[in-house]
Design a protein around this ligand. Structure first.
Ligand SMILES: [Zn+2]
Length: 126
């Protein structure tokens, strides 16, 4: 994968970051621009402040014809959040597909936030 900042191919692995779920994200350092990123940087999943399932439900509701406010009430969020998600998903369409692993976990980059998609699993303690 090229650098997400400058598209240089001169990147090296630069350690890993372990999320609360135990999932490990490979971190990279770009030798051209000197910036760091990980395998999820630059995607709609990066720093998303809501569970993926909620975002998908909201976007589906919008797709079914609900207004922003109605969709917000359905999923229990604010209209501005839905607007933000719509903008993100439309500007990153090729990447808008949560990479659900074999275990059904979807982890979102974010220092304190993660969620799980896999309703048959008990929640882990924080
Ligand atoms: Zn770079």
């Amino acid at each position: 994968m090229p650098c997400i900042h400058c598209q240089s191919e001169a990147i090296v692995k630069n350690g890993t970051k372990t999320l609360k779920t135990g999932q490990v994200l490979q971190q990279y350092l770009c030798n051209t621009c000197g910036r760091r990123f990980n395998e999820r940087s630059g995607t709609p999943m990066a720093r998303l402040r809501a569970p993926v399932a909620t975002v998908e439900m909201a976007l589906n509701a919008r797709h079914e014809g609900l207004g922003v406010r109605a969709a917000a009430r359905v999923v229990g969020t604010s209209p501005s959040s839905i607007t933000t998600w719509e903008e993100r998903s439309s500007s990153h369409l090729p990447a808008w597909s949560p990479p659900a692993g074999a275990g059904g976990d979807v982890t979102i980059e974010g220092d304190e936030l993660y969620t799980r998609v896999g309703e048959n699993l008990p929640p882990r303690s924080l």
